[in-house]
Design a protein. Structure first.
Lengths: 617, 147
């Protein structure tokens, strides 16, 4: 019966009802997901938007900065459970003004009992609110708000809802303050900070002190310190928390300086050409991003913040790069020194480029932050590659030149041999011997030059090294030298396991060192026996080689130069090419080894080498 | 027995020196000289076609330089391999170079037609050793040859 009456009214008075609703209330209907499917003219007016733009949008549209998410969560929880929600929703207009809407949202169920839509009816109560002066409407960037409860003791629950107040806030009476949220009086910028602090107090049962910054409309900053303390009941449960706030006056001067510094650094940070990326520890997500980083990678701040750093690294090199990063992180945590690493970066457009990060870190309470200063090293890499190519070219040039120079020298030697075979007088004979030594020296120089230029190529090839054989062979080739017979060799070899290196270059090291030891030995006499001691100690991953003689030694002044290219010790009898020890040093460097020399004039010289074992993988 | 020696070298002074050394060792030896590997190859080709010609004699031993323009010593071997010599008796070819480079020496070692590698300048002693080795090889070669 009732149903039919209802039907009748609806049917007969449909137009009147619609008109009534259209003119006197603000009305919107949303689907179960919160998307607006109907809005009347007044709703559109309030929103300040065209109906076409509203339909299909979510209720987010009427969400303002002034209320916490909790309000909306509660709202949704209520209506989703099929109950009617009543409350005041603020709505910010395009021009910055606020509307306060007394809102009733009613869920509508379909025949199955499932909620299919929500009908919301709003009443504009802005005038009433403004008259009451309950809340100063504040633009997020606008006036200070914490100031509003300076020295005011409030009791709040874990959602920040005000339960009790000792004094009124501004013009709001104690009664009216109760039931509002602390967030209503706080700069939205600080909402999250405060939310976290309140949560902490209730969860960790500890009092908490925090600072907030408020900006006045002139852009001036004021610092506040607030203290939240939990209040327990007899069962040791937190019933509520008190919050007290005061302006920071004592530190005003320091704060002013800090403000300057902050302004200075934030300007530098944003404007600097060098890319700076700040990353937090826990997930490796990017928290700060400046213009330099933007221009290098092509991503804007919005696209990057909150994402993982890995989005900036070339996929191909991701694993190695991440390993490098982790290594750098461990290193940083230990030593606190900056760490540099090179990797391949990935731009937004997909282009890869070489990049160098200078990574530093700092702690802020429990949080760890990592800052990566980034340098685009494309140009440097290009130059490095060019330099590498040039060096290779130069070595090849040296090799070819040395090689080609040898040909005329051997031709001359051939001619000289013919001359020696002719019937010549003793004067010419003397000249031919001099020419002979000159040519020999020329050939030695050219050979060493071509050898030195080929060291790098040769070192790539590895063979097994038998040190005993190397030394035996070397002594055999050197046996033709003057004084060789008079020298006593003391050789100790401790070779454990297999040693891998380049046979030819190892030979060359021994050849040069032993040759020098023989060349600069003192002649045998009644009270002097020339001795050359060679000791080889091989462990698993390296070998230690020492060559010690009791010869003429090296002048202290010259000892720093002996590994230099073309450096020669003055010696009347012997003249080398000035390349022997240079070659030894080059080889040792190429092997990533070490060479040390100690010498005392008239006492002898001592060479010590350490070379790594190139164990085959 | 070695009677004919051929020298291939782009350097005329080296050719002169080598010729003198050969003369000095045994003035009875005949030498023929080429300043390029290309002309030496052409000569060997003609020789192969007119094997009975009196004016042309097949060399028993060749001294071959490595670094030459147009065709180097190693390319000479490749050319030589392209035509099968009708006369089965092999020619002993020695590389004679001033190069001490391992790369050259190894390349020469792996060349099947190359009998050996000697460094310049050629001396009477070096020549003597080669001729001795070569005649032993020839004897063995003849001996092994089936009748």
């Amino acid at each position: 019966m009732m149903e039919s009456v209802k039907q009748d009214i609806l049917y007969n008075h449909e137009n009147e009802l619609t008109d009534l609703l259209q003119n006197n209330s603000i009305l919107s209907i949303t689907d179960k997901y919160g998307r607006i499917i109907y809005a009347n003219d007044r709703f559109c007016q309030i929103i300040g938007s065209n109906r076409n733009n509203i339909i299909g949008e979510t209720h987010e549209l009427i969400k303002s900065h002034l209320h916490t998410d909790i309000l909306y969560k509660k709202l949704w929880k209520t209506i989703k459970s099929g109950e009617v929600w009543k409350g005041v929703l603020p709505n910010k207009l395009v021009d910055g003004r606020f509307y306060w809407l007394d809102t009733t949202i009613t869920p509508v169920k379909d025949e199955n009992g499932d909620i299919s839509k929500y009908i919301a009816v709003y009443n504009d109560i802005t005038d009433y609110y403004n008259k009451k002066g309950a809340i100063k409407m504040v633009d997020p960037k606008g006036k200070t708000l914490s100031q509003n409860f300076l020295n005011v003791d409030l009791s709040i629950n874990s959602f920040g809802k005000i339960l009790k107040a000792k004094n009124k806030i501004l013009n709001t009476s104690i009664d009216d303050v109760v039931g509002l949220y602390v967030y209503d009086f706080i700069n939205p910028v600080s909402h999250n900070v405060v939310k976290k602090q309140i949560k902490k107090v209730f969860n960790e049962r500890e009092s908490s002190e925090f600072e907030t910054i408020e900006f006045s409309s002139k852009g001036q900053q004021t610092f506040f310190v607030s203290k939240i303390e939990p209040v327990y009941n007899s069962h040791n449960e937190i019933i509520y928390a008190t919050i007290a706030t005061k302006k920071l006056r004592k530190n005003l001067k320091i704060k002013k300086e800090l403000r300057h510094i902050e302004a200075k650094y934030s300007t530098i940070f944003q404007s600097i050409n060098v890319g700076i990326i700040v990353v937090t520890d826990s997930k490796g997500n990017i928290t700060e991003w400046n213009k330099g980083a933007e221009s290098a990678f092509g991503y804007t701040e919005d696209e990057v913040i909150g994402n993982s750093l890995t989005m900036l690294i070339s996929e191909q090199h991701l694993i190695t790069s991440v390993k490098e990063l982790l290594k750098a992180k461990i290193h940083l945590n230990k030593k606190k020194n900056g760490e540099n690493l090179e990797m391949i970066g990935l731009k937004k457009c997909g282009k890869e480029f070489p990049v160098e990060f200078s990574i530093s870190n700092w702690d802020n309470g429990k949080d760890k932050f990592y800052c990566a200063m980034m340098l685009d090293i494309s140009n440097r890499k290009k130059l490095e590659n060019k330099l590498k190519q040039k060096t290779e070219d130069l070595e090849l040039f040296l090799y070819r030149s040395a090689h080609d120079l040898k040909a005329p020298l051997t031709s001359a030697e051939g001619l000289l041999n013919l001359i020696k075979g002719e019937d010549i007088n003793s004067n010419v004979k003397l000249l031919t011997t001099l020419l002979d030594t000159t040519l020999e020296r020329g050939k030695l120089l050219v050979d060493n030059l071509s050898y030195a230029s080929a060291i790098q190529d040769k070192s790539k090839e590895t063979n097994t090294i038998n040190f005993k054989k190397v030394i035996d062979d070397t002594l055999k080739t050197l046996s033709g030298l003057k004084n060789f017979e008079s020298i006593k060799f003391e050789i100790t070899i401790n070779q454990l396991g297999i040693f891998y290196s380049n046979k030819e270059l190892i030979n060359s090291i021994f050849q040069n060192l032993i040759h020098n030891a023989i060349k600069y030995s003192k002649p045998i006499s009644n009270d002097h026996t020339p001795i050359i001691k060679i000791e080889i100690n091989q462990s698993e991953n390296k070998v230690n080689i020492t060559v010690k003689d009791n010869g003429i030694g090296i002048d202290e002044k010259c000892i720093g130069k002996i590994f230099d290219l073309y450096y020669r010790v003055d010696n009347e009898q012997e003249q080398g090419s000035g390349l022997g020890l240079y070659i030894v040093k080059r080889i040792v460097d190429d092997f990533n080894g070490e060479i040390k020399v100690k010498s005392e004039q008239n006492e002898g010289t001592f060479f010590e080498l350490t070379l790594p074992n190139f164990i085959k993988n | 027995m070695i009677n004919n020696i051929t020298l291939i070298d782009d350097n005329k002074i080296d050719l002169f020196v080598n010729q003198k050394i050969i003369e000095k060792y045994d003035s009875g030896l005949k030498t023929r000289m080429f300043t390029s590997a290309v002309s030496a190859i052409n000569y060997l080709k003609i020789l192969d076609l007119n094997i009975n010609s009196d004016s042309l004699t097949k060399p028993d031993l060749i001294f071959l330089d490595i670094n030459m323009p147009q065709m180097d010593g190693f390319q000479f071997f490749n050319e030589l391999r392209k035509f099968d010599l009708k006369d089965p008796k092999p020619i002993h070819i020695y590389m004679l170079s001033s190069s001490l480079s391992l790369e050259d020496i190894n390349k020469a070692k792996s060349e099947s037609l190359c009998s050996g590698y000697i460094t310049k300048p050629l001396t009477v002693e070096k020549l003597k050793t080669i001729l001795e080795t070569v005649s032993i090889e020839d004897k063995n070669y003849n001996y092994k040859k089936p009748i």
